[in-house]
Design a protein around this ligand. Structure first.
Ligand code: G4P
Length: 535
């Protein structure tokens, strides 16, 4: 029998957990790939069981669609499944650009990422911004190039485009044989086997032919003379350039292994999943305001990275998503809410095994737990067994569209204030108050959020508002080593200064030109484009 020292007793649980986020530009195939993962993991039995959390194109004028999407995104926020003895926590992210902040925060709760790229469209703007966040955090990435059954870009050019655009070194793990209607399959460079393409392949039913030596005549028999010759050349070139994958480079976020496939045909997915299980990181130590916390520490700690409002507007309670970072989280146990300096216990924490919400007794590092919240949590809150620290690195990005909130019903002022506070706690938008005044300014990354806020203020809080456009294009958080200089600037630029919810000074810039001029003219002031919730 194995006996573990107290600080080691959770190691077997920690070492079997792999938590990752799946990201893509809308329509690249994220939902389809997620579904195949769940089929492999036995978490679902039939195709079509995973609903897309995509917002349909007409959503701006269709609030039912937003409500439908909110419902689905609760159900698909976390999906857990078992594969080859590992417990995999898959965190979904909204592909829609107006919800990019939600995706940024989800990235703080995972240990690695799978990026889906459409072979026809290549890298799109949205993906580029997400990769900046991933690069900042040095998160390990695996790339899945999807839709190989369609006539896509030339594969070398595609790899070059991805490398250049995302500023990451790629490492092909499989290599495709043609694409579109001539797509024959992939050669697994690691396993040295040919995986032959058949449309509509079911889970676990791939046609795999072991070909150690590419000069084997079996190769041309399987894929044809011309294709065999091209594959030999390609593999020689790739082997020469890349050699075997260096796992360290993957784990440090420098190199991303790449797989080619077709999610809808369940092709090339197993190769990726098997590699993921083999190389993806288990929960790692994380930085806090006090010290680095290791997952195997005996005492529990974790942080809230997402808050989801109840779909029933008559109930104010929400679901706060907690990422467990160390120790063991247990049901009905008092834990310390650091920001509020208050103890809470949770009688119905739940997890999402097999896509069913299930009340759990305990959870380990890497797990995501849903906590019922009656308004006590904000994004970035840390819960511990008593120690006072905050997990760092949860960013709040500069909004890009700003509007003034005008109260249309003075009798509902209180409700409006409460609604604005609660909705911004959820991270739907950022709230600023004009410096020296009372003007409430909301900043979002997309137009859609303003409509969501206006709709929810009215339906959940009874507050009717008008949103007036403001001519700002970016918010920058200001700091300075010289408080006098900051004070002078704030007074001088009063019309462009606001306070965020935590009282931090923010400069609202009208244009890039104005912003650059201020940066140049004020060398003693630092302009930050994202504010970390806890530094
Ligand atoms: P998303 O979550 O990233 O937004 O993408 P999603 O999986 O919903 O896929 C977008 C569309 O691309 C879907 O078609 C899906 O069937 C298709 N698709 C996914 N993988 C592949 C692939 O490997 N090859 C091809 N040819 N198509 C693929 P749709 O018509 O928008 O939806 P549906 O009616 O098929 O559900």
């Amino acid at each position: 029998m194995l006996i573990f020292a107290p600080f080691m007793k959770y190691i077997p649980e920690i070492n079997r957990r792999k938590s990752f986020a799946i990201i893509s530009h809308p329509d690249a195939g994220k939902t389809t790939l997620t579904e195949k993962f769940l089929l492999f993991g036995g978490a679902i039995q039939t195709a079509g069981a995973v609903k897309s959390n995509k917002i349909k194109k007409h959503a701006t004028s269709d609030f039912m669609e937003i409500e439908r999407q909110r419902g689905i995104s609760v159900a698909t926020s976390v999906m857990s499944f078992e594969y080859q003895g590992y417990l995999v926590n898959l965190l979904d992210t909204p592909g829609h650009k107006d919800f990019a902040e939600d995706t940024y925060r989800t990235l703080t709760a995972v240990d690695s990422v799978v990026l889906v790229v459409d072979s026809v469209n290549g890298v799109e703007a949205q993906t580029r911004r997400l990769m900046e966040v991933i690069a900042m955090r040095k998160t390990p990435v695996i790339v899945f190039i999807n839709k190989m059954d369609r006539d896509g870009k030339n594969r070398y050019e595609l790899l070059e485009e991805i490398e250049n655009e995302l500023k990451i070194q790629l490492h092909p793990m499989t290599w495709p044989i043609n694409s579109g209607k001539d797509f024959k399959g992939v050669y697994d460079l690691n396993e040295k086997s040919l995986v032959l393409f058949a449309a509509g392949t079911k889970a676990n039913e791939e046609d795999v032919v072991k070909i150690d030596d590419l000069s084997d005549p079996l190769l041309q028999k399987k894929i044809g003379e011309k294709e065999a010759a091209t594959l030999r050349e390609d593999v020689e070139l790739i082997d020469g350039v890349y050699g075997p994958l260096n796992k360290k480079d993957y784990l440090s976020g420098q190199t991303a292994p790449v797989f080619f496939g077709s999610a809808v045909n369940n092709f090339g997915v197993k190769e990726m999943l098997d590699t993921f299980i083999r190389i993806a990181p288990t929960p790692r130590p994380r930085q806090t305001t006090l010290r680095e916390v290791k997952p195997e520490e005996e005492k529990f700690s974790g942080f809230i990275f997402k808050i989801h409002a109840n779909l029933d507007p008559r109930h104010r309670d929400r679901i706060a998503f907690l990422r467990v970072c160390s120790g063991k989280f247990s049901r009905n146990t008092y834990y310390h809410h650091v920001r509020m300096n208050k103890d809470f216990r949770f009688s119905n924490p739940y997890t999402f095994l097999a896509r069913q919400k299930e009340v759990i007794e305990d959870a380990f590092p890497g797990d995501v737990v849903g906590l019922f919240d009656t308004g006590n949590f904000k994004i970035g809150d840390t819960i511990t067994e008593g120690e006072d620290f905050f997990y760092t690195g949860i960013p709040s990005f500069s909004p890009e569209i700003f509007k003034e909130v005008v109260n249309k019903d003075p009798l509902k002022t209180k409700q409006l204030e409460k609604g604005l506070l609660q909705l911004t706690d959820e991270g739907v938008a950022q709230l600023f108050t004009q410096f020296g005044g009372n003007k409430k300014i909301i900043g979002c990354v997309g137009e859609l959020q303003f409509e969501v806020i206006q709709y929810r203020l009215l339906h959940e809080y009874g507050a009717s508002v008008q949103m007036n456009n403001l001519p700002f294009y970016k918010a920058c958080w200001l700091t300075s080593k010289d408080p006098k200089k900051l004070d002078e600037f704030t007074k001088y630029k009063q019309a462009n200064i606001a306070l965020d919810k935590d009282g931090h000074i923010v400069y609202l810039a009208q244009s890039e030109w104005f912003l650059n001029t201020e940066i140049q003219n004020n060398p003693d002031i630092e302009f930050h484009f994202s504010s970390e919730i806890h530094k």
